[in-house]
Design a protein around this ligand. Structure first.
Ligand SMILES: O=C(CO)[C@@H](O)[C@H](O)COP(=O)(O)O
Ligand SMILES: [Fe+2]
Length: 227
């Protein structure tokens, strides 16, 4: 079944605990950590992740858009994240970092910006629990979906299948009722949605609707026989 991860970046930051609870039933809560160096925006860090973990029973999917993830990512596992994503463009030693995240008890995930190809990372995929293909330039919520990323999602799904891997394929940026089916058709199975969920009158219903759309598209998709 498709997983839907609402992005807390689009929530009301003055009511983070309530906003986290507003999406009970989501698979993971996506937490965008930005350091104003790797991306031109600044959001939140370890203490807020710790507080969010206490405010919700939904597991935390931390997306680190920061420099030096080798140094900082382990602290997010200690803060309670169930999944930690670092950027390939920022990691000095991605294999060592993925192993450290796993050894500390979280799922290890690596993200690729739109201009970063997946092929150079083929041999590294078995070290990961999830690969994130960005479908906007990282830094801000509410941007338009880059449909030129669909072939990359397809190629990533083929690599995963070729190696017989279990890793999840996440898309992040501009995912909505209009774009989720194309992502699922291309091979994504984990969908981050910020404005499409928190901009809806009923965020929990928006999660259910996106999951339904993704599941229907996956069932029709050629990559998913028996998925
Ligand atoms: O990592 C990012 C942006 O850099 C995302 O997680 C956004 O927060 C998703 O927001 P929408 O594009 O769905 O509004
Ligand atoms: Fe994100």
């Amino acid at each position: 079944m498709a997983q839907i991860n609402p992005s807390i970046l689009s929530a009301d930051f003055s009511r983070l605990a309530e906003e986290a609870k507003a999406v009970d039933g989501a698979d993971w809560l996506h937490v965008d950590v930005m350091d104003n160096h790797f991306v031109p925006n600044l959001t939140l860090g370890v203490p807020v992740v710790e507080a969010l973990g206490k405010a919700t029973s939904t597991p935390l999917d931390c997306h680190l858009m920061i420099e030096q993830p080798d140094r900082w990512a382990p602290q997010y596992v200690e803060a309670g994240a169930g999944s930690v994503t670092f950027h390939a463009e920022a990691a000095a030693a991605p294999v060592r970092l993925a192993r450290e995240i796993r050894a500390k008890g979280a799922r290890a995930s690596m993200a690729l910006k739109p201009a970063t190809p997946v092929e150079p990372y083929e041999d590294l995929l078995p070290e990961l629990d999830m690969l994130l293909i960005m479908t906007v330039e990282p830094g801000f919520g509410g941007q338009a979906f880059l449909d030129i990323m669909l072939p990359k999602i397809r190629r990533a799904r083929q690599l995963i299948a070729r190696h017989g891997l279990e890793l999840w394929l996440q898309v992040d940026g501009g995912v909505s009722a209009d774009t989720v089916e194309r992502c699922a058709d291309a091979g994504a199975d984990v969908f981050v949605a910020g404005s499409a969920v928190y901009g809806a009158d009923d965020p929990a219903a928006a999660v259910r609707m996106l999951r339904h759309q993704a599941d229907e598209a996956t069932a029709r998709a050629s990559w998913s026989c028996g998925h």
